[in-house]
Design a protein around this ligand. Sequence first.
Ligand code: ADP
Ligand code: MG
Length: 554
Amino acid sequence: MTTGNINVSVENIFPLIKKFLYSDHEIFLRELISNATDATLKLKHLTNIGEAKGVTYGNPVIEVKIDKEGKKLHILDQGVGMTAEEVKKYINEVAFSGAEEFLEKYKDSAKESGIIGHFGLGFYSAFMVANKVEIITKSYKEEPAAHWSCDGSPKYTLEESDRTERGTEIILHINADSEEFLEESRINELLVKYNKFMPVPIKFGTREETVAEEGSEQEGEEKKEKTITVDNIVNNPEPAWTKQPADLQEEDYKNFYRELYPMQFEEPLFHIHLNVDYPFNLTGILYFPKLTNDLNIQKDKIQLYQNQVFVTDNVEGIVPEFLTMLRGVIDSPDIPLNVSRSYLQADGNVKKISSYITRKVADKLKSLFNENREDFEKKWNDIKVVIEYGMLSEEKFFEKADKFALYPTVDGSYFTFEELQEKIKEKQTDKDNKLVILYASDKETQHPYIAEAKDRGYEVLLLDSPIVSHLMQKLETTKENISFARVDADSLDNLIKKDEEQISKLSEEEKTTLKEQLEKVIPQEKFTVQLEALDSNASPFVITQPEFMRRMKE
Ligand code: ADP
Ligand code: MG
């Protein structure tokens, strides 16, 4: 028997990485800025623990520069840099991750450092858009700077450089197919999409700013303004979700919502701050937007981040389906992504995350209900779709929501299911002693039936959301001894009358004639004409349809 190592030749694997590793070419910038961010955060960590002697961390910035004439894109950072040896180790060895090594080495102390990389492949995505890449880098250690250069073949050159400042400059010689990445607007678009909330400030060009001239605020003097040129920082390094809920005001949450959705003018109804670090790490803020009965609600509004790097706005699988109608941000380094970070695998962690989110949403709704019932009732119409959908699709959510889900009446009161049962248990039972819950789906057209039922002292719910009919079925199977019946069904007759029989104003003869007349024009196999059973000022007679037949049509 012989054993051996499978020999993967770099020559074979290199073009594969370049072409197929990432389906989306534009992510090269995200990867390079992630590396620059990692390099900066590593330096921060090393100075914090006293390992980078003589280094002042200061206020490092990452800079992106376009050189249109030279067809080059530059990414510069002031992070740890690399020695020539480190370039050989980290860059020349494909799939060796310096980020992972760092986390391994500094273990617990580095856990909170926010280091992003871990596959050791991100850097090579640069070759998707560049036919030559250069690295000029100077380590924070006392060693000469290094200059690495590679044209995409497995051959590279490495020599000393005269760079004196600490940090790294990556130079991409953009290839002919990728010249879009020399356009300012395109780069800006990418920075906003992927890097808007990354933890190190990112500078892209400069911009003009109008400020008050110094001393001009003094009394008696006219206010003077002047225009100055400042760095154009494209990101907010400290987005709201990275802060503690106790440090945030209601206004901060609203401002962050506007930051996330600049084109959204409607304010959110409320927010839920997610913050857990065991057994998985997850932070985020979810918002309940105003929803209507329209089921074509825009989904895909929740953004997924990993260590403040945008990954995707498709959170399918992580957030239960019924909550994809919400908006906001989820950030978790524990969500497993394949190397292209575009697809999620449904593994144990993800399932735990999904049920955590469901629980948090249910708890928040519960506390809103408990703390301010009146306000909760006001919001009900805007949030019911999510809640009813959740009750139908997630058993755990049903159990919790059953305590605060509301059932409005035609008169504008709101009952929980339990309150409703209590309220109607005396009057609204049928011969089998089942509770009959009457409801209307349209106040206008069903008005006579509603009036009739109310005359008899019954409660009539107004249930008009598109999924509520499914919820009724669910309630009928979950709860014992209850059934729903629409007011215009034959349901009212099935109710046992507690009051005395009412006496019709029509004579027996009149009734018979009227009934005969009506039955001539109404298909009897589908409807029933009743004169005796019901009587009120509102309706001299009623035409009803069995509840089961009505449901069949739906
Ligand atoms: P990963 O980020 O997953 O570790 P990459 O292929 O993106 O893998 O980068 C490989 C390694 O190269 C990094 O882990 C890091 O050690 C080194 N590196 C890349 N860019 C920089 C940089 N700007 N400054 C310092 N080191 C860097
Ligand atoms: Mg990386």
